[in-house]
Design a protein around this ligand. Structure first.
Ligand code: ACM
Length: 383
C-alpha cells in the first residue's frame, strides 16, 4: 500500500535577535516552496510538514535545537542557518547523527561537510566578481569593516588576498563591531574612513546592524559615487531596513536580485506576495531557501526516503529552474552552480544589475581554480 504519512522537516531560522530580518525572509522562502510542493500533491502523496524553532540568533541555541529536531522530533532533514557561526554550531550534531542540513546562505568557503548541501554562493561566485568589479570601477585601496565572527574575518581575508595579490592593491583599514552594533559604534570607523579615503569600503557587517553602518556613512556626507560600500550581505532586506535613499549607490554581489526580469522570477515574486504579503522582502537568501526545498522534494521523489544515504545520490548533480536561472548541485563538493551578479542599489530599494554571469559558475569553495576577469557580460556602466 502507498505510504501517505507526512514527512516532517526541521526549520532553524531566527525570528528574533540580530539576524531576525534576513532569517525571517529565509523562513518565508522555505514555507513558500513547501506550500508549492504540498499543493502539487506533496512528495508522491506525502505532505511536507515543517517543524520550526526560533534559535534567537544565538549559535548555542541552533545547536540545542538541531539536537532536539534530531533526537525528539526524529527529523532527518533540516533547512536553516544564516550566520556561519550557527552553521558551525549545527555541524557536530548533523555529522554525529548523520542527518542532512540544507544551508541557504553565502559564506566564506573552505568547508565541505558531506552532511550539508550548500545553496548560497561560495567566494568564487561572489567575492571574486566583486573584487574585480570594485577595483576596475573605483580603485584598489580597500577599507574592511565587519561584524565580529567567523564569516567577516574569513571573507575579509579573501577580499584582501584578491585585492592585494591579484590587483596590487592596498588594505587601508580593518575594523570589527559587535553583532548588535548601533550607529554610534560606526562613528569612529566612519571618521577613520574619512581620514584614510579608501577607493571603496568592503562591508561584512550582517543582520539588523547593517542599516547603522550605512546610516552613519550617509550622516557623514560621504559619497557612494566615489567611495561606495561593497558587500555580499547587504541585499534588498537590509536596504529596506535602512531606507532606499540611504542605500542608493552602494554595490552588492549576489546570484539573485529581485530585479531579475525573467518570467520565472516574476512568477515566484508574485506568488510570494499574494500568499505572504509585502512585509518580508525577497533577496538572495530567500531565493536559495526557496529553491533548495524543491531540490530536496525532487530528490526524495526519486529516493522514496528522506534518509541522507538514500537522498544524497539523487541530490548530487540534480538541477532546478530557480528564479536566478537553472541551478545544479555540484557532485564533487555539495555546493551549487550559481549565476554571479553585481547590483547597484537604486532609489527604489532595488538593485540595478550591472554585470551578470554568462552561464552558471561552478562552486569552488577552496578557491583553487578561480580566475578574475572572464565571467561576465556588462549590462551598464557603474557611474
Ligand atoms: C554568513 O555568516 N555566512 C553570512
Amino acid at each position: 500500500m502507498a505510504d501517505h504519512s507526512p514527512i516532517h522537516v526541521g526549520l532553524l531560522f531566527s525570528k528574533t535577535g540580530d539576524i531576525s530580518t534576513i532569517e525571517t525572509s529565509q523562513l518565508m522562502g522555505t514555507l513558500l516552496a513547501i506550500d508549492e510542493v504540498n499543493e502539487a500533491g506533496g512528495i508522491d502523496g506525502r505532505e511536507i510538514i515543517p517543524i520550526h524553532y526560533d534559535p534567537q540568533s544565538s549559535p548555542g541555541l541552533y545547536r540545542v535545537l538541531a539536537e532536539r529536531l534530531v533526537l525528539e522530533d526524529k527529523i532527518n532533514v533540516i533547512f536553516g542557518c544564516y550566520m556561519s557561526s550557527t552553521r558551525k554550531a549545527v555541524i557536530p550534531i548533523i555529522e554525529k547523527w548523520n542527518r542532512l542540513l540544507f544551508y541557504p546562505t553565502l559564506y566564506e568557503g573552505f568547508e565541505c561537510s558531506s552532511n550539508i548541501v550548500y545553496t548560497g554562493a561560495a567566494p568564487n561566485q561572489n567575492s571574486v566578481q566583486l573584487a574585480e568589479f570594485m577595483t576596475a570601477s573605483y580603485g584598489v585601496r580597500v577599507y574592511l569593516v565587519g561584524s565580529d565572527y567567523i564569516y567577516p574575518y574569513e571573507s575579509n581575508r579573501i577580499m584582501t588576498d584578491l585585492v592585494l595579490q591579484r590587483r596590487g592593491g592596498e588594505k587601508v583599514g580593518e575594523r570589527y563591531v559587535p553583532l548588535n552594533a548601533a550607529e554610534d559604534d560606526f562613528k569612529s570607523i566612519i571618521a577613520d574612513i574619512r581620514d584614510k579615503q579608501p577607493d571603496f569600503i568592503f562591508s561584512t557587517v550582517v543582520g539588523n546592524s547593517t542599516k547603522c553602518l550605512y546610516q552613519a556613512y550617509a550622516d557623514a556626507g560621504l559619497n557612494p559615487r566615489t567611495m561606495p560600500i561593497a558587500s555580499l550581505t547587504t541585499l534588498e532586506a537590509e536596504i529596506a531596513q535602512m531606507g532606499a535613499d540611504v542605500g542608493a549607490g552602494h554595490v552588492s554581489a549576489a546570484p539573485y536580485f529581485q530585479s531579475i526580469a525573467t518570467p520565472r522570477n516574476l512568477e515566484s515574486l508574485e506568488k510570494f506576495k499574494r500568499r505572504f504579503g509585502s512585509d518580508v522582502i525577497p533577496n538572495a537568501g530567500w531565493e536559495a531557501a526557496y529553491f533548495q526545498v524543491h531540490l530536496f522534494a525532487n530528490a526524495m521523489r526519486l529516493s522514496g526516503s528522506d534518509a541522507i544515504d538514500a537522498l544524497m545520490p539523487n541530490l548530487l548533480g540534480s538541477e532546478f529552474d530557480a528564479p536566478q536561472g537553472r541551478v545544479r548541485i555540484d557532485p564533487s563538493n555539495h555546493h551549487t552552480c550559481l549565476y554571479p551578479r553585481i547590483g547597484i542599489a537604486n532609489g527604489s530599494g532595488q538593485f540595478t544589475v550591472v554585470r551578470q554571469a554568462i552561464r552558471a559558475v561552478h562552486p569552488d569553495p577552496y578557491l583553487i581554480t578561480h580566475s578574475l576577469g572572464d565571467w561576465t557580460i556588462s549590462l551598464d556602466t557603474p557611474k
